[in-house]
Design a protein around this ligand. Structure first.
Ligand SMILES: Cc1ncc(COP(=O)(O)O)c(C=O)c1O
Length: 438
């Protein structure tokens, strides 16, 4: 890449160049660095639906931090709640705080399958804990997951999230440095494929510790579950006495306060929530049936160890309580679902009018534009073959016009309570312009 002389460089470019000296790739994660695919960018402010760069450029934000921001950035009542909590101390790290109980009670009330809850700080921690609980309960080691589902960065699950075409049907490690025995113990089959799951239960039923899935896989845009697929998973796991784990890190509190389990009427044994639970604050939880969760009720000499210095930190819990209450009281999901429907319908019309091959997928407040592929995707394989270059061009054109989302073609747009008709109109007008010039 040609570097501009320091005097020509924007402030964003100067910061990213400095970052590259001291932060690998210049960003905290590889996925974040992908934003540079449409030019270096450094942000310093986010409010409502607007992200502002260090250069003072403003964007309507459809990325929303990979999805946690459901109410809008810096939502006043959530931040006020966190501030009040900070005034009383950030972390006690001993005994129980009343706020923990209150938020746990809300989760039990909202999530149909959840009887007990343990807090942590990220989705990856929650899925890690869920799998340990499942392994302890069954005495088995193997986990079944689905191609295209992401459950965090740890070795238990970072397998076959985005496998290349020749890695389909394999246990494809997403990172170097992973423990081979962890990968070997993570079985993988296509999403929505009940027959493949039945085969795994036939061949490995006695060795299985759990089945984990995103009930609506959004890590690759959006795949809708067939209802009978979810029911088959429930029946097979129940028969074999193997915990069914719903990773509701995205769907929980973004699609519904009752999660996908409420929406699709299938109760898992264990549930992981994070992201929209705290509107951006680091708060997450693993919840589930008392029989499974209570394995963690010991004294660290018996049972399952679930640990974490920052688990149950007060600002995170205060943010979660206020976010849940706002979502429920304001019926946020109806609002963002209607808005999502309008974006999807508008974009579908534009693709048709402009004769651009592609599809718009999504659910409720989430949508993705996938160029070069048609039909409703049922599994990860149906997403392979999308036109990555065209999406990057689209993302670049939209960014020039003031709309920000990651140029990663497998990711998704998110909407929040702070998005409205004015954003919709502007987005569709500009998308029309960009599509006309693709
Ligand atoms: C469905 C799902 N599960 C788990 C995770 C991991 O969460 P975290 O990044 O908070 O560790 C993510 C993150 O994107 C996710 O989308």
């Amino acid at each position: 890449m040609t570097q501009k002389s320091t005097s020509d460089a924007t402030e964003s470019e100067r910061i990213v160049n400095r970052a590259r000296n001291v932060i690998p790739g210049g960003a905290q994660t590889g996925l974040r660095a992908q934003a540079y695919g449409t030019g270096e960018i450094a942000f310093e402010r986010a409010k409502d639906a607007t992200l502002t760069t260090v250069d003072g450029d403003e964007y309507t934000d459809y990325h929303l931090g990979f999805g946690p921001i459901i109410l809008g950035h810096a939502y006043d009542s959530v931040d006020d709640a966190a501030r009040r909590a900070i005034d009383g101390g950030v972390l006690y790290g001993a005994g129980t705080a009343p706020l923990e109980v209150e938020v746990a009670e809300r989760l039990v009330e909202q999530l149909p399958s959840v009887e007990q809850v343990n807090f942590c700080n990220s989705g990856s921690e929650a899925t890690y804990h869920a799998i340990r609980l499942a392994r302890a309960a069954t005495g088995n080691e193997k986990i079944l997951k689905f191609e295209g589902c992401y459950h965090g960065w740890h070795d238990y699950v970072d397998v076959s999230v985005y496998p290349p075409e020749d890695g389909l049907g394999e246990q494809y490690p997403e990172s170097e440095g992973m423990l081979s025995s962890a990968v070997e113990n993570t079985l993988v089959v296509p999403f929505n494929d009940s027959k493949a799951v039945e085969d795994v239960f036939r061949d490995h039923g006695d060795d299985l510790a759990g089945v984990i899935l995103e009930p609506v896989p959004h890590s690759v845009g959006c795949i809708l579950p067939r209802r009978e697929f979810l029911q088959t998973l429930r029946e097979l796991t129940e028969e074999a006495d193997v915990p069914l784990i719903f990773d509701e890190v995205i769907s929980g509190f973004r699609h519904s306060p009752n999660g996908a389990q409420g929406e699709f009427g299938v109760k898992p044994d264990l549930t992981c929530v994070a992201k929209a639970l705290g509107n951006g604050y680091p708060v997450a939880a693993v919840g589930g049936r008392e029989e499974l969760l209570s394995q963690a009720g010991g004294d660290n000499k018996s049972g399952v160890v679930i640990s974490g210095t920052y688990s149950g930190n007060l600002p995170g819990l205060a943010a979660a309580r206020e976010t849940i209450d706002t979502i429920v009281e304001e019926d946020v999901q109806s609002y963002v679902t209607d808005l999502g429907d309008d974006y999807r319908a508008g974009l579908r019309d534009l693709l048709a009018d402009r004769g651009v091959p592609g599809r718009v997928v999504g659910h409720r407040s989430i949508f993705s534009i996938q160029f070069g592929v048609t039909g409703e995707p049922e599994s990860y394989e149906d997403i392979l073959g999308l036109d990555e270059e065209k999406f990057r061009e689209f993302a670049g054109g939209m960014r020039e016009r003031g709309h920000f989302f990651t140029p990663n073609p497998y990711k998704r747009h998110h909407l929040s309570f702070a998005h409205g008709e004015e954003h919709l109109e502007c987005y569709l007008d500009d998308a029309d312009d960009v599509l006309a010039n693709l």
